[in-house]
Design a protein around this ligand. Structure first.
Ligand code: APR
Ligand code: PHB
Length: 401
């Protein structure tokens, strides 16, 4: 079969939230892009992931025309509960931070909204591609190559390429001399989606001697709950009854009831911190999970991915519409400042709330002391609230086309 050759300004690998929002923002600046994705649209829309948006992320999505369903269906929360040693404490973010809040709106819904917006605007997305590769990354005309669903080889000449292909993607390994910082945690999260109204108005983060548990939600009728489990736990070892019994145990509080319902989905997710730098090599730029991973305890992964692409879209606008490379040159450093803050916060929340398998009582006492401090000192509570609700919010001011 002959090779199909084409041209686009920005080649985007990966149709997760990062790649899709990038193509949406670029279109607002009159820049054309092609998104290639190795899965189907249905798969991308069904993949269960995070669900908590910082206030700044909500404001960003609204400001670029993606707020309609988010405003109708998103659940605004003004704080969280921290539970430990048989006590449950409320942290009021609005009061602590002068009005900041967070919104529960699932990543799956953002991905659906983005697909709908891109496809309605005639945006180019190729699903079910394979054999993706790149060449000429240190030239002004890098080439993105892939096999379409039918097996046809395509070679697309671009001005720049965005690697938005997640942690297991092909982009990051193409950057020579990459520095990597990594931390594996000796536990994983077992997450369930259950058909039962949430038993709480706001999220409950519970540190328990048996391990961490989190009660979050998706809608007024669907709850999401997580349990700390050993890494590599086979999901078969957790029948539904066992999951509910353990959630009841770790979330229990006198006078409060955890409602149970049918479990719709369950899966075990590993926990790691990972940062790679620089997030750029020549004309290849990494964004989102392709460059960094945080453990989910701080609810930062999705917010970081979307923040990266705001910075990247602005930098591409300057580079491609005005010929100015300054923002592109600053891209990696600009993102990494936010990434490291979120990496510290996520590591700190994780370390404070989980019980490691080899943990001694000294460490347990330190955790409890820290939790008492965070729930009794206004200064400590404000630190948590400020980081959780979004310390470095980004704004998108599209450069005129
Ligand atoms: N070619 C094309 N697409 C690829 C390739 C490849 N070689 N490898 C991976 N992909 C696709 C994946 O199928 C996925 O759809 O890239 C996309 C990456 O999307 P995400 O993993 O969702 O990453 P990102 O867009 O950065 O979003 C980060 O996802 O993991 C969560 O907590 C994280 O919420 C955060 C968000
Ligand atoms: C979720 O709703 O899935 C969620 C919320 C907060 C977290 C992690 C996950 O810290």
């Amino acid at each position: 079969m002959a090779v199909v050759r084409g041209r686009t300004q920005v080649g985007i690998v990966g149709a997760g939230p990062a790649g899709l929002l990038l193509s949406h923002l670029l279109a607002l600046s009159g820049i054309d892009s092609l998104v290639i994705e190795n899965r189907t649209r249905a798969y991308c829309e069904a993949r269960q992931r995070a669900g908590l948006l910082e206030a700044g992320t909500v404001e960003l999505l609204r400001s670029v025309g993606l707020g309609e369903r988010l405003d109708a269906e998103g659940m605004e929360h003004g704080g969280i509960y921290l539970q430990f040693a048989g006590e449950r404490h409320h942290l009021d973010f609005r009061e602590l931070t002068g009005g900041r809040w967070v919104t529960i709106y699932a990543q799956t819904e953002i991905v659906k909204d983005l697909f709908a917006a891109r496809l309605a605007a005639g945006g180019a997305i190729e699903f079910s591609v394979s054999g993706v590769s790149m060449s000429g990354l240190t030239t002004d005309t890098p080439v993105l190559s892939y096999l379409s669903e039918t097996g046809q080889r395509h070679e697309i000449t671009c001005d720049v390429i965005a690697g938005c292909d997640g942690f297991h993607g092909i982009s990051r390994p193409l950057i020579p001399d990459l520095s990597v910082w990594e931390r594996a945690y000796p536990y994983a999260w077992l997450g369930i989606l259950a058909e039962v109204p949430p038993s709480t108005d706001e999220l409950i983060y519970s540190r328990h001697e048996e391990g961490f548990a989190l009660h979050t939600m998706r809608t007024p009728h669907i709850s999401r709950l997580y349990l700390q489990v050993p890494p590599d736990t086979p999901i078969e070892s957790w029948p539904d009854d066992r999951i509910w019994a353990e959630l009841q145990h770790r979330l229990a509080l006198p006078g409060w009831t955890l409602k149970e319902g049918p479990i719709l989905e369950k899966a075990v997710t590993p926990m790691r911190s990972f940062v790679a730098a620089p997030m750029r090599y020549g004309r290849l730029f990494l964004a989102g999970d392709a460059a960094h991973i945080v453990p989910p305890t701080g609810a930062k992964g999705l917010n970081l991915a979307l923040s990266d692409v705001v910075v990247l879209a602005t930098a591409f606008g300057e580079l491609l519409n005005r010929g100015s490379p300054a923002l592109a040159d600053a891209y990696s450093g600009t993102c990494l400042a936010r990434v490291w803050r979120a990496t510290h916060f996520s590591w700190w929340m994780t370390s404070m709330l989980h019980v490691a398998p080899d943990q001694d009582t000294f460490e347990s006492q330190l955790q409890l002391s820290q939790l008492r401090y965070v729930t009794s000192s206004r200064a400590a509570a404000t630190t948590l609230a400020e980081n959780y609700s979004g310390y470095h919010p980004v704004r998108y001011n599209p450069p005129p086309p």
